[in-house]
Design a protein around this ligand. Structure first.
Ligand SMILES: [Zn+2]
Length: 264
């Protein structure tokens, strides 16, 4: 499924999802800003993105991080449109050689093909836009945001996702996410664009609320840990009980991962 919306300021958001019996599974997204494509969605929707691009001019493909729901369409876009993905230097090898993807993720997103990517420069100035690359690791080591300083627009990939994060991935680093949110919220911001939710309403305030929430989770968890409360109990009291995604993902997403991340 591909659903494109253009907001009054000309930013195109492509909402992308694999559908089963006509119903979308988990949704992802990509943006077209000027002639620059920011993320390109999962393997499962690569042909739809290619078809939608049609005769449009695209000068560059920038990806926020290597996860397959953001970069999975890149191999097809390189083959058919000559668009090499640009990614943080630490993600180049992951796209070239591949990385482990669990079955449930392959079912939702499809299996990405390996692709030769190029490292992002500090500033991308092409296709009618000028974007600064802001390193924001934590969700993944190679995660970046793209910042249009002249307009105060921040494209946040998976840095936002929601004000109250229910689960942490096993490979996410809570302290790094908090540090990255501090960097992002310190920028002069007018608008925030989430890869999964689209353009956010009152985005800068929402991003600050997410920072405050995660900081509070971290501080409460550290306090309970220092008092010797068992990890699972800390997670339950600070974040909440585990839910269906914990079981579906075999624990790769869980509330316990918040505490495990602080123990590393
Ligand atoms: Zn991600």
């Amino acid at each position: 499924m591909l659903h494109a919306t253009t907001d009054p300021e000309g930013v195109v958001f492509l909402r992308l999802a694999r559908t089963v019996a006509g119903r979308p599974l988990y949704r992802g997204g990509a943006y077209l800003l000027g002639n620059v494509l920011l993320d390109c969605g999962p393997p499962a929707t690569a042909r739809e993105v290619l078809a939608w691009l049609g005769g449009r001019t695209v000068d560059a493909l920038l990806v926020t991080h290597h996860h397959e729901d953001h970069s999975g369409g890149a191999a097809l876009l390189l083959d058919r449109r000559g668009l090499a993905p640009h990614i943080h230097a630490s993600g180049v090898g992951l796209l070239a050689r591949g990385y482990p993807i669990q079955l449930y993720r392959r079912l939702v997103w499809g299996r990405p093909r390996h692709v030769e990517a190029r490292p992002l420069p500090p500033v991308v100035d092409t296709g009618g836009v000028r974007l600064e690359v802001v390193e924001t690791p934590g969700h993944s080591p190679d995660h970046v945001c793209f910042y249009d300083r002249s307009r105060g627009w921040l494209f946040t990939g998976d840095l936002f996702l929601g004000e109250r994060q229910r689960y942490l991935r096993e490979d996410e680093d809570l302290e790094q996410i908090i540090a990255s949110l501090r960097v992002a919220t310190a920028l002069p911001l007018e608008r925030v664009f989430c890869a999964h939710r689209g353009p956010l309403r009152e985005g800068p305030a929402a991003l600050r609320r997410r920072l405050d929430h995660l900081t509070s989770v971290r501080d409460q968890a550290r306090d309970l840990m220092a008092r010797g409360v068992p990890d699972a109990e800390v997670a339950r009291r600070v974040v909440g009980p585990e839910g269906p995604l914990t079981w579906i993902s075999g624990g790769r997403f869980s509330t316990l991962n918040f505490v495990k991340s602080l123990r590393r």
